[in-house]
Design a binder for this molecule. Structure first.
Ligand SMILES: NC(=O)c1ccc[n+]([C@@H]2O[C@H](COP(=O)([O-])OP(=O)(O)OC[C@H]3O[C@@H](n4cnc5c(N)ncnc54)[C@H](O)[C@@H]3O)[C@@H](O)[C@H]2O)c1
Length: 250
């Protein structure tokens, strides 16, 4: 198994892409800290992992809050003694034209998607640096690479995640810590369903423009994530991999 003996923190693990990553990593032998703002959903994912013979800990966390992240790290280290892998997957978006958007929305989008990623890296890096081993995968978005109308500030935050990851990958290379980004295209998750509920034709229109003619499934992202944090990807750092059915070719 690719991730045998590894300990992985996955934020936003309660549903969607994060849940698929948590289950995939557990099947690959990792011990999983399923962290989410919604403790109930994190606990149900941890339960699913245990029901297939895996080992998991559910933690409630708000990635945009330093103290909450510190307490997640403490819980993880008490239970497993180390964290080898961090997946910064928790994210949030509100669709709407930029000129109709409010400062409250900008702050929330930046706090969860960009600042949350920064906070979690800062909190988990020290023990990776000490052991000279670590894999960080930040979930960005194709919106952060090519821009997406109706998601202007979200695009800025996700673009920020990519730039942050590149710069941090340079600083952390000397500690043998790999830092990469995963950029999903439109993916069939509860977040996407909420967006599609307000814009019923959006899924249909998107599918027509995707060369592989379907939405992404959470497992498509989980499969790529398992490779990028494995030792098979030891020589890959500072990169962004789009998993998008060919929608954007970058
Ligand atoms: N679904 C898509 O089409 C798509 C496309 C591009 C990028 N993404 C990105 O992929 C990631 C996962 O998206 P998804 O579609 O699975 O979303 P989702 O909304 O289905 O799941 C996100 C999870 O994150 C949790 N979360 C939200 N705020 C949090 C916080 N402050 N602290 C901790 N947990 C928090 C939620 O409770 C939820 O369980 C996000 O970063 C998203 O921006 C998704």
């Amino acid at each position: 198994m690719k991730l045998d003996q590894k300990v992985a923190v996955i934020t936003g693990a309660g549903r969607g892409i994060g849940k698929a990553i948590a289950l995939k990593f557990a099947r690959e032998g990792a011990r999983v800290i399923a962290a989410d703002l919604d403790h109930g959903s994190a606990a149900s994912v941890a339960g699913e992992i245990e029901s297939i013979g895996g080992d998991a800990l559910a933690v409630k966390v708000d990635v945009s809050d330093n103290l909450s992240v510190d307490s997640m790290v403490k819980e993880a280290l008490i239970k497993y003694g180390k964290v080898d892998i961090l997946i910064n997957n928790a994210g949030w978006d509100k669709i709407g034209l930029f000129m109709d958007s409010s400062e409250d929305t900008w702050e929330k989008v930046i706090a969860i998607n960009l600042k949350g990623t920064i906070i979690c890296c800062k909190a988990l890096l020290p023990q990776m640096m000490e052991r000279k081993y670590g894999k960080i995968l930040n979930v960005s978005s194709d919106a952060g690479r090519v821009g997406s109308s109706g998601e202007v500030v979200y695009s800025a935050a996700k673009g920020g995640v990519i730039a942050f990851s590149k710069a941090l990958a340079r600083e952390m290379a000397r500690y043998k810590i790999n830092i990469n980004c995963l950029a999903p295209g439109p993916t069939d998750t509860p977040l996407f369903a909420e967006v599609a509920a307000d814009n019923p034709k959006i899924a249909e229109a998107l599918i027509k423009s995707i060369p592989l003619r379907r939405l992404g499934q959470p497992n498509d992202l989980a499969n790529a994530a398992a490779f990028l944090v494995s030792d098979d990807a030891e020589y890959i750092t500072g990169q962004t991999l789009s998993v998008n059915g060919g929608l954007n070719m970058l």
